[in-house]
Design a protein around this ligand. Sequence first.
Ligand code: ADE
Length: 425
Amino acid sequence: MTATSVQIKHEIKDPSLASLGKQRIDWAGREMPVLAQIRDRFEAEKPLAGIKLVACCHVTTETAHLAIALKAGGADALLIASNPLSTQDDVAASLVVDHGIPVYAIKGEDAETYERHVQIALDHHPNIIIDDGSDVVATMVQERQDQLSELIGTNEETTTGIVRLRAMFKDGVLTFPAMNVNDADTKHFFDNRYGTGQSTLDGVIRATNILLAGKTLVVAGYGWCGKGVALRGRGMGANVIVTEIDPVRAIEAVMDGFRVMPMAQAAPLGDLFITVTGNKHVIRREHFEVMRDGAIVANSGHFDIEIDLKSLKEMSGEVKVVRPFTEEYRLNSGKSVVVLGEGRLVNLAAAEGHPSAVMDMSFANQALACEYLVKNKGKLEPGLHSIPEEIDREIARLKLVAMGIDLDSLTPEQHEYINSWQSGT
Ligand code: ADE
């Protein structure tokens, strides 16, 4: 198929970007050997034959490999953007033109377009939904209850989406199985920590070109994502302060060597602020008021709610774009606050998201969770389900093989020892 004769339904920026997208997708594939093995098996076994599948994801080179694997498995897959700023338009073009996958995603799409794409996704009558943040699932539950009987289950890979699904379960509206991809060890240990850590700082640096060494970096939230950002920030020479609401995580941050304090105390100290809490208005009016002139604020949590931009706008006169994805708010007090990526995920808005090597494992979990849902159709209770341990461990094993790393194995004596209780001291 050529860019000028695209048959597949789509809403993308420009089909003629396909060749660039293909080149970049191929490059990402070099770091995604686990998903490639799954794709090859799917191609042979077709475990998703006849399944209508919607994926609401960041449309990146890595997501392209997931979509291709799902299609290879026989799924009738449709892809929509999970965030208005995260789409890589060339990737969207290649998926449509080179792979015949319907994509509805344009970088910079407005909220109305995003919501319309969610409706188009639901018009596809999905049996499986892969959701980032649970917007498609929540819309189906609220507006398309008649379609719930067609749903085998859903996958969720974001912390934010899992929190939302838990709230849905508590309210009695999660009436189908939802695979908790986020909590798989081979997902959050690597994607949330090393992926968010590296890509967030990549986004900040691409947007601003600032030197991190010697800067005071305030990281809001010490979950797996926050740990990654703090760790990598320190690695680049920043003085890192962590803010937390959870006492155990706060102790962890202290013992990891970071200063921990409330945002009210950190606000006047920070040069750069990064929110990764999943919660609302973590940085708000009272904090903007006391920040240093020129302080930079960015978010790497899933939704654009962590920085209270409405208040910042109210406090400001002029707002000026000073570089791509970099806006300077001139406060009425005379100081300025710089906001990156409109308060949306800075790692995807201003950079390319997590590196392929971690998405390899995240998306291996996604693909295998789809297969698991199909294999167990009708057998799983409504509610959240962990990724089975054998899938998690198999992904880790395949990754190690691909990395050329061997493990020790238990000697018979050791095997006997850990399976017995008789001998102690
Ligand atoms: N989330 C974070 N990084 C991502 C990436 N590279 N692709 C898809 N989803 C992501």
